[in-house]
Design a protein around this ligand. Structure first.
Ligand code: APR
Length: 237
C-alpha cells in the first residue's frame, strides 16, 4: 500500500536538545549577536570577516553536537510514511540522523559557495571548518557561507511549497513562526490535512484551523506524535 506523505517543517527548536542555541529563546543567538551585522546581506558587505567568524563559531559548536531523539524519531517515521523534511536549520543533524529527504530553506552551515557563481558549492570538513574573506574554492573563486542572509531571496521556497501542497499530514517542530517565507508554508497545506505543532512554547496560529498542538520539547513531542499517528493507523485499518 502506498505510504502517506508526511511533511515536517523544522526550526531551531528541534536542535535545542542537541545543545545548539535557538535564535529567539532566552540566551539565544540573537541575544548575543547583532543579527543584522552577522546574518544580513548588508552586514556581509560591511564586514565580511565578522560574518565569516560568526559562522566559524557556529560550525565549531555544530561539530560538538549530535542528532537527538527527535531527529532520530523522524527517521523512524520513514518506516510507515514517505517523509519529507523542510528545515529552516542550517545544521546537518537531520542528515547525520539519517533522514532521506531534506530541503534546507536557509542554506547549510557546512557548505560554502562561490561569490561570483552561486551554483558552485563546496562542503567543508572537520579539518577545514573556518573560512575568511580570503577563502577561495578549488576553482579559485572567492567563497562565502552557503547561508541565506536576511535581505536575500529564499530560492528553495518554491520547491518547499510544492512539497507542502502534497502533504497528507503536516508537522511543524520547534519554530517561532516569525520568519517568512518559511512561516508561511502553513498556508499551503491542503484543506482538511491534519496539522501537528510540536513546541514547548508554541506561537499562536490563529489563521490555521485544526492545529493539534503538542506542547512538549521536540524529543518527547516526536515520540508523542509517533504514538498519535500509530493509533490513527490502527483505527484506519
Ligand atoms: N523542543 C522544541 N522546540 C523548542 C525547544 C525544544 N527543546 N526549545 C525551544 N523550542 C522552540 C521555541 O519555543 C521557539 O518556538 O523553538 C523555537 C525557536 O524559535 P527561533 O529561535 O525563532 O528559531 P526559528 O523559528 O527556527 O528561527 C527561524 O530565524 O534567524 C532566522 O534563519 C534563522 O532559521 C532561522 C529563522
Amino acid at each position: 500500500m502506498k505510504k502517506k506523505k508526511l511533511v515536517i517543517s523544522t526550526g531551531a527548536g528541534i536542535s535545542a536538545e542537541s545543545g545548539i542555541k535557538t535564535f529567539r529563546d532566552a540566551d539565544g543567538l540573537w541575544e548575543n549577536y547583532p543579527v543584522m551585522d552577522v546574518a544580513s546581506a548588508d552586514g556581509f558587505r560591511r564586514n565580511p570577516r565578522l560574518v565569516h567568524d560568526f559562522y566559524n563559531a557556529r560550525r565549531d559548536a555544530l561539530l560538538l553536537a549530535e542528532p537527538n531523539a527527535a531527529h532520530r524519531g523522524l527517521v523512524e517515521l520513514e518506516k510507515d510514511y514517505d517523509v519529507y523534511i523542510i528545515t529552516q536549520n542550517v545544521d546537518d543533524l537531520h542528515e547525520r540522523a539519517g533522514s532521506s529527504n531534506i530541503l534546507h530553506l536557509h542554506g547549510e552551515l557546512m557548505k560554502i559557495r562561490s561569490i561570483s557563481n552561486p551554483d558552485y558549492i563546496e562542503t567543508l570538513d572537520a579539518d577545514h571548518l573556518h573560512t575568511s574573506p580570503q577563502t577561495r574554492g578549488r576553482n579559485g573563486d572567492l567563497m562565502r557561507p552557503h547561508i541565506v542572509f536576511f535581505q536575500e531571496a529564499v530560492p528553495m521556497i518554491e520547491p518547499a511549497i510544492e512539497i507542502v501542497r502534497e502533504a497528507d499530514i503536516f508537522v511543524v517542530i520547534g519554530t517561532s513562526l516569525i520568519v517568512y517565507p518559511a512561516a508561511g508554508l502553513l498556508q499551503f497545506v491542503s484543506p482538511g490535512t491534519p496539522i501537528y505543532y510540536i513546541d514547548p512554547n508554541p506561537a499562536p496560529t490563529p489563521n490555521i484551523p485544526d492545529v493539534t498542538v503538542i506542547r512538549m520539547p521536540a524529543t518527547a513531542g516526536v515520540a508523542e506524535l509517533a504514538r498519535i499517528l500509530e493509533k490513527k493507523r490502527e483505527e484506519e485499518k
